[in-house]
Structure formats: C-alpha cells, structure tokens
Write a protein that binds this ligand. Structure first.
Ligand code: AMP
Ligand code: ZN
Length: 491
C-alpha cells in the first residue's frame, strides 16, 4: 500500500513493523458534547484506512481513546476543562457528561458503519500510566514546575516541530501569531505544554487525582502518548487524526514519547483534511456545524454522509452542503435498487461478465494512498453492468453470484451498503398490492404502497415483479431543514 506520511511529507510504501500485523492509534473524541459531522469525517476516513489494511490481509489492532478529562478550552493550557465546563452548564456531574457523550459517540459511529476499535480506552482509566510517563520525562530532565503545573520544556527536544515541517523557532512564532489568548508568562517557551495540571487552590475539581507533584489532572497530550504506548508498544505503525492535530497535539505526543523512550514513536502519520462549510472549517466555535442527529432529523440516511466522505480523497477538503448530501442519498438509493432488482431477474445462460479488470483497478485505487474516489468509480462500473442485465431483463446465475462476490469485497472497504431485512408484514402488504394490481384496483394498490412507506419501505415495480427497498427521504422529512449550528439535541 502507498500512503502519504505527514512526517516525511511524501508518499511511501507501507511496511509494517511486524509482518502481517498493523498497530494503529486514532485520537478519539473529547466527550463534552456531540461530535459534529466534521469530526465524524475523520473517523470515517480512519475506518477506510483500517478496512483497506484488512482487505490487504493485515490483522489490525486499532486503538482509540476517549478524552474524558484534561482537554482545556484553550490550546495554550489555560481556560477550563471542557468536560467540567459542560457539566456545570448542563447541571450534571463530569462523569455523567462523559458517559452520556461517549454513548452518543458510539451510537454515531455505529450508524456510520465505522467498525468498533479493537481497544477503546478512557483517559480516566489510565491516570497511573500517565503519571509514570511524566516521571520518566522528569528523570530525563524534560520537565519544569510552575504555579499551575508540571510542564514540558520543548526546547530540550531535538527536532521539535518536525511533524509540522517547522523549526522550533518557526513553530513558536506561528503559535504566537495564531494565539487567541495570552500565554502563561511563567512558561519558558510558547510551545511548552502542561503534562500535569494542579487543581485550583480555591475550588475542588470533580475529576482529580493525587500525584508525586500534587493533586491535579493530566494534560491532554500525555493521555495519547501513555495510552498508545500501553496498548501498541513504544514504537508502532500508524497514528491518525485530523490535520489540526499536526502542529500541537501530535507534535507534543512525539516530544513526550520519544523524549521518554529515546526511540522512534510512530512510523506513519495519517491526517485527514477538514470538512468545510462555506469555505470555513466546520467547528463548534464557529457554530457552523451539523451533528449526525441533525441530518437524521432532516430525513437523511447516515450512510449517505459516509458515501459523500468516500467520494473525496481524505487529504482534500470537502465543502459540505445539504444539496450535495441529497445527491449522495439518491446515488445510494439507486445502487440499492439496482442490486435488489438484479436479484429478481429471470435466470438465463449467457456469456461471462469480465470483472477482473474492475477488481484490479479497485484494489490499485484503494492502495494508492486511499484513493477512494477512484475506487468508487469501479463500484459504479459494476452497477453499470447490473443495469445492462436489468435492461435485457435476464442474468446467469454465475454472473449474478460473481457480481455479489465482488460487491461484497468492495463493500468490505466502503462499508456503505447495508444488509437489512424486510419485515413479514411488509412482504405481506407487497403481496396484497400485487394482487390488487392484477385486479386493476389502483386505489387499493396506492393505499398499500402508502402503508408500505409508513413502515419505512418503498416498493418499486419492475416489469411484472417488484422490489422492496428501505425508504429514504432525501432530507425531506417534514419539509423542514435545521439551521446550521443549531444543536437540536440540547433542547
Ligand atoms: P476533537 O473531539 O475536537 O478532539 O476532534 C475529533 C477529531 O475530529 C480530531 O481528529 C479533529 O482533528 C477532527 N476534526 C475537527 N474538526 C474537523 C473538521 N471540520 N473536519 C474534519 N475533521 C475535524
Ligand atoms: Zn490524541
């Protein structure tokens, strides 16, 4: 597989540390609120990477963390803990907040057909590992103490900033220029960051732990270094996240892990570009976001969003609009109808379809730095072949089986086509409709179609037969669209 590596800024051939096995770490959500679909884009692309590696025959150990403490509202180690802030606003405990949004996150990824990580680890379950790591850094002379915590002296780490392709000075300058808040004047360098923060003297935090330095809580970056090395070893294959993690979070993870171990941390760094709205990053602070629930309330199938993500390269930005999403939902529906129609075609001997070139091009595309857009074109070619069978209204059993087999392989990577069963009562309504049509009782037939739709399915007439597919609304539920940035779930 060819893969772009942020560390070397080039496309490289992927070679695992251990033959046949891949260790992959993905920075997970901070569970203080719903994930927006920009966040979810990143997790879908990571899932596509994992599924491609599995398609290629690797066994993948996929670790994802849940940040349930320590992520502050400002990247400059000031401000409030996002979870404790949300707890205060919603009059719940910090533990309730993190549990609630972790559950919502897991529901979202399931709806998007993102495979569950092999290991899902919570920061609050790994505090001891973090303390041990900070101690190692302390012993090696990377840390210093100021009023509010223990900090990492980034000037002591050789090549700090290599992931961002910047020198130490350049990175310091760029952070200063982009800063929205004042930096703590006690910090030796702007890029220095908290490893352990002390609880405030005048207020008890809900989440705090004793440590050799005083009661407090871990910094956000140390969480990922500690948990990734715990589960994948001190040197592992792939580390993933959104592009915004390059200059700070991942740069700091490298400084911590390599500072402590003295050896290379990660071989390949995989970063996903942003989902934009009107040219700007979708984000909570700009209030230009939709959650997956917003899309569902507007009547969209979550998998239409997955299809939209698959259709662009993970290193390209996506400009999100509801109009575009409608088109993807229509495509998804058309694919579904074609496949289901193929299954009811009369069987007839015919010449064999040649699918080998399509499979080869598909495999080449996904292995070419995850070119899922080109890989999807190969799926559309298969749908084109199906449609030509539908046109002549026959197919051989062999061709049908081979097409199913190929679609199954492609979908093991795309994860966008879903098996769903059709309830007995819907099948029954469909049968009654067919006999009403035979009697030319159009009124009864329309009424039964309406009932089928009410049960969440559509019936499509094909010559003298019919197929039943899941009903999709194309974003037309109640004819209402939800204002962007308006988080309906909070009401
Ligand atoms: P957070 O919960 O803020 O740590 O973000 C979770 C993941 O989503 C991180 O890997 C971010 O880099 C990523 N992310 C945040 N905003 C966007 C966006 N607009 N498009 C794509 N990925 C994003
Ligand atoms: Zn992380």
């Amino acid at each position: 597989m060819l893969l772009y590596n942020t560390l070397t800024k080039g496309i490289e051939r992927f070679v695992p540390i251990k033959k046949g096995h891949v260790g992959m770490y993905c920075c997970g959500p901070t569970v203080y609120d719903f994930a927006h679909i920009g966040n979810l884009r990143t997790y879908i692309c990571e899932d596509l990477l994992k599924r491609t590696l599995k398609y290629d025959g690797y066994e993948v150990t996929h670790v994802m963390n849940i940040t349930d403490v320590g992520h502050l509202t400002s990247d400059a180690d000031t401000g409030l803990d996002k979870i404790e802030k949300s707890a205060e606003e919603q009059k719940k405990s910090a533990w309730e907040i993190s549990k609630m949004y972790t559950d919502f996150f897991l529901q979202d990824i399931k709806k998007l057909n993102i495979e569950s990580p092999t290991i899902l680890c919570k920061a609050t379950d790994n505090i001891n590992e973090m303390i041990i790591l900070v101690k190692r850094l302390e012993e090696k002379g990377f840390t210093y103490r100021i009023d509010d915590g223990i900090y990492y002296d980034t000037s002591k780490f050789k090549d700090y900033g290599k992931l961002a392709g910047m020198s130490f000075d350049e990175l310091n300058k760029s952070l200063k220029a982009g800063a929205r808040v004042e930096f703590n004047p006690q910090k030796r360098n702007i890029t220095d960051f908290a490893l352990w923060k002390f609880s405030p003297k005048d207020k008890k935090r809900q989440m705090e732990w004793p440590s050799p330095w005083g009661v407090g809580f871990p910094g956000w970056h140390i969480e990922c270094s500690a948990m990734s090395m715990k589960y994948l070893g001190e040197h592992f294959d792939i580390h993933c996240g959104g592009v915004d993690h390059i200059p700070i979070h991942h740069t700091n993870e490298i400084a911590q892990s390599e500072g402590a171990t003295g050896k290379k941390f990660v071989n390949y760094w995989f970063h996903v570009e942003f989902l934009l709205v009107n040219g700007r990053k979708m984000s909570k602070s700009l209030k230009n976001f939709y959650t997956l629930r917003d899309l569902e309330k507007m009547g969209f199938d979550p998998l239409s969003f997955r299809l939209m993500v698959i259709d662009s390269h993970y290193r390209d930005k996506i400009d999100f609009t509801l109009e575009k999403l409608k088109k993807y939902e229509k495509t998804l529906n058309d694919i579904d109808i074609s496949i289901k129609t193929m299954d009811i075609l009369p069987l007839k001997e015919e010449k064999r379809d040649d699918l080998r070139a399509i499979e080869k091009s598909f495999k080449k595309a996904i292995n070419d730095d995850l070119d899922t857009h080109s890989a999807l074109i190969e799926l559309f070619k298969v749908i084109g072949i199906i449609n030509s069978h539908i046109k002549k209204y026959s197919i051989s059993k062999e061709n049908r089986d081979k097409i199913h087999e190929l679609i199954k392989k492609m979908n093991s990577v795309f994860g966008v086509l879903q098996d769903y069963s059709i309830p007995e009562e819907v099948l029954d309504l469909a049968k009654r409709r067919a006999s009403a049509r035979e009697r030319k009782d159009w009124k009864e037939s329309d009424e039964l179609r309406r009932k089928i739709k009410e049960s969440g399915f559509d019936i499509i007439d094909v010559k003298d037969a019919y197929v039943i597919v899941k009903h999709r609304n194309f974003g037309e539920t109640n004819g209402k669209s939800i204002d962007i940035g308006h988080n309906t779930d909070k009401e």
